[in-house]
Design a binder for this molecule. Structure first.
Ligand SMILES: [Zn+2]
Length: 147
């Protein structure tokens, strides 16, 4: 259970989603290795069938179970990843002019950070605009959700 702070003015806003993606990539890799081993076991079972029927049967059963399990896990991960992608809220950046107070809100761009100075304001060309807030855009019903 992870609570998402509605107006977190931090730069490490998307750390949790990146971590989740890393974990799922890691797990997918493990599942693929298990899958490869399962296929190897099945191939061994085919070659062993001529000499030792019992060993071939055991290998075939192990291979099939591993294949079914890894396939099922892969399917579950895919579904979770899709759900996560949908639930990730947009990150917004608020830009303010320090002189006239004019606010602009746009989507977060790489390299944005709070107090970063940007191009001058349209009304007052001598004053630079500044990033005053970076936050996740959270819908009312999605204040908390499970990861
Ligand atoms: Zn201004």
């Amino acid at each position: 259970m992870m609570k998402v702070n509605q107006l977190a003015k931090h730069q490490n806003h998307n750390q949790s989603s990146t971590a989740t993606q890393k974990i799922s990539t890691y797990l997918t890799l493990i599942v693929l290795i298990v899958m490869a081993l399962a296929v190897a076991a099945l191939l061994l079972a085919i070659t062993a069938y001529a000499t030792d029927v019992v060993a071939a049967g055991v290998l075939a059963i192990i291979g099939l179970i591993a294949l079914v399990l890894s396939g099922f896990m892969l399917y579950q991960f895919r579904r979770q990843t899709v759900q996560l992608k949908i639930e990730i809220p947009k990150v917004m950046t608020t830009i303010e002019c320090t002189k006239c107070g004019g606010k602009t809100i746009r989507e977060f761009q790489r390299g944005d950070y709070v107090y970063k100075e940007l191009e001058p304001c349209q009304k007052c060309p001598e004053t630079k605009q500044m990033i005053t807030a970076i936050y996740k855009e959270v819908k009312e019903k999605e204040k908390t959700y499970e990861v």
